[in-house]
Design a protein around this ligand. Sequence first.
Ligand code: TPP
Ligand code: MG
Length: 289
Amino acid sequence: MIGEDIHEKKIKKLEKIANQIREDIIVALLNAKSGHSAGPLGMADVFTALYFHVLNIRPKQPKWEDRDRLTLSCGHINPVLYAALANAGYFSRDEFRKTLRRFGTRLHGHPHNLVTPGVENSSGPLGQGLSQAIGMALAAKMDGKKRQIYCIMSDGEQQEGQIWEAVMFAGKNRLDNLTAIMDRNSIQIDGFTEDVMPLEPLRAKYEAFNWHVIEIDGNNIRQVVEACNQAYGIYERPVLIIAHTVPGKGVDFMEQDYKWHGNPPNKDQAGEALKQLRTLGGKIKSEHE
Ligand SMILES: Cc1ncc(C[n+]2csc(CCOP(=O)(O)OP(=O)(O)O)c2C)c(N)n1
Ligand SMILES: [Mg+2]
C-alpha cells in the first residue's frame, strides 16, 4: 500500500516475483515469435513494485471504482504489463505465456483496454498516454476521488510533441494525484536516445513546467517503492520519477543493446536467457532463506 514502509523480507519476495515476471516474458515472446524484449525486461522491477506493493487494486474486481489507475503510454512494452497482471491474478500465467499476440485472443500486441482485464488504456502510438493519464487525474479531482494515477512512459517518446503539451497542462493544473514514471533506459528503436535525438536535461525541463522530479535506479525495488511514497506526499505539483533502467536486464546478451528493442529470442536464446534468470532466481532464494 502506498505510504507504507517496506521491509527487507518483502523486498526479497518482490525480487523473486520480478524474476518470475522476466521468465514469463521470455517464454511468451518465444511462443509469440515476435515482440519486444529489452524494455519489458528492464521494467520488470518497476512493474513488480507497483502491482505487488504500491497500487491500491483488486485483481479479482478489475473495474472496482476506487482503484488506482496505471496507464501504459509506451504500449510496445506491454509484455511486462501482461506478465505483472497475470502474476497478480487478473488472468492466468498460462494464458500470457501461450496466447500473447495470437489472433483472436485478448492479449494483443499492444494494450487494448476494452478486451484485457486490468488494462486501463489503449496505446501503441507513442506520446499519448500521458494525456490519457492527465484526463483520469483531472476527472478524479473533479469527482473528489482520492485515487492516484500512474503513467508509465518511455524516454524515446519524450521526442513526441504531445508529451510537452501534456506536461504543460499537468503543471498548470497542479495535478498532484499524477505520478509519471519514465523508463530512462537510454535506448529507442534504432539507437541510443542521445545519438538519435538528445533529451537531456530532462529533469530541468520537467521542473521548468512546475513538476517535482525524483531520480532513481529503476532496477532497485526499494528505490521504486520509496519514490512512489515520496511522490504521494507531494502537494500541488505532478511528479515525474525518472527510473534509470538497464534495457534487457537479467539476460547478459540483451543488456544495453538497442537491437533487442523489438526482437524476440529464438529457441536457443530463450533457453540461455531462462538459464541465466533461473540462476539469478536461485541466488535470490538462497539469500532469502
Ligand atoms: C507515434 C509513434 N511513432 C513511432 C512509433 C514506432 N516505435 C515503436 S517503439 C519506438 C521506440 C521508442 O523508444 P522507447 O520507447 O524508448 O523504446 P525502448 O526503450 O522500449 O526500446 C518507436 C519509434 C510508434 N509506436 N508511435
Ligand atoms: Mg527507451
